[in-house]
Design a protein around this ligand. Structure first.
Ligand code: SAM
Length: 287
């Protein structure tokens, strides 16, 4: 690991050489732990047929390992101060292309046409935490050509993504992620694995995208509006949350009869319904 940036000594040296100051506004926490790096690369299951899309390469710490394992790496970094650094730290690799830009403004389908013959990417990233959810949901909801996402996120967010019905972590994010993908929480990562140390714990999670969603629903938008309504005030009954939600215009009586047809109690709360049950409820209320 001597020559790699994952060795903190090398990271410090590069930061000094280029007079780089961490930009909090871009969520810059660089990885400096060899075991975590190894875990990410193994979990992402990368081989030389793969084209990896890395979001936020930073100074290139993870990019170096991605270049060694993948066929091709496309890295999108927002901070233009880091572009000359990446040129230096990735100079040994000829299978990487760095784009200076905001990932939220990239058309991932167009990137796949340009850089991967229209084939899907594997996304691997130590994500900037301030925009974790928009990045992940943007990729999933827009049906971007991506097979899987292996990402470092805030620990609580990873727990919410893979939570099942009944627990405190279960909510709209769990259902949205699980409609599009199968989550697997691969590792918890403490703050001392980063420079600078973030104020929160982190976790590596893999989301394997489904070819087809695991449930069928007539109106996806309606189902997600119902889910949003159900979790906006978690302690309310489903009947009240749905019928009081201004974005929905659904009468109380309709919810009462739909729940009764589904053999669910009138007192039931959204937090115990499975994705299948939300799909069924949505189809009944959408009639
Ligand atoms: N991959 C590096 C590592 O593991 O050490 C850096 C990870 S750091 C947590 C997040 C990186 O994402 C930073 O380099 C930051 O500048 C970049 N970033 C932040 N917002 C971004 C955006 N909207 N688009 C692309 N990159 C972004």
């Amino acid at each position: 690991m001597d020559g790699y940036l994952v060795n903190p000594k090398n990271t410090i040296e590069i930061l000094k050489k280029y007079d780089i100051h961490f930009q909090k506004k871009f969520g810059q926490n660089f990885l400096i732990d060899n075991h975590v790096m190894d875990k990410i690369i193994r979990t992402a299951d990368i081989n030389n047929d793969d084209c990896v899309l890395e979001i936020g390469p930073g100074i290139g710490t993870m990019t170096q390992f991605l270049c060694e394992n993948a066929g091709q790496v496309l890295a999108v970094e927002i901070d233009n101060n880091l572009i000359p650094v990446l040129k230096d730290t990735l100079s040994a690799y000829d299978n990487v292309k760095v784009i200076n830009g905001d990932i939220l403004k990239q058309d991932i389908r167009e990137l796949s046409e340009t850089y991967n013959n229209g084939k899907p990417f594997k996304v691997v990233a130590n994500l900037p935490y301030y925009i974790t959810t928009p990045i992940i949901m943007g990729i999933l909801e827009n049906d971007a050509p991506v097979d899987s996402l292996t990402v470092m996120v805030q620990k609580e967010v990873a727990e919410r993504m893979q939570a099942g019905p009944g627990g405190k972590d279960y909510g709209a994010l769990s259902l949205a992620v699980q409609y599009y993908s199968e989550p697997y929480l691969a590792a918890n990562v403490p703050p001392n694995c980063f420079m600078p140390r973030p104020g929160v714990g982190s976790a590596v999670i893999t989301l394997k995208k489904y070819a087809e969603p695991p449930v069928k629903v007539n109106n996806k938008k309606l189902m997600f509006d119902i889910i949003k309504a159900s979790f906006q005030q978690r302690r309310k009954t489903l009947i009240n949350s749905i019928s009081n939600y201004s974005g929905l215009n659904i009468q109380k009586e309709s919810v009462v009869s739909a729940l009764s047809e589904m053999n669910l109690s009138a007192q039931v709360r959204g937090e115990v319904l499975t994705l299948e049950q939300f799909a069924e409820l949505s189809d009944k209320l959408g009639k």
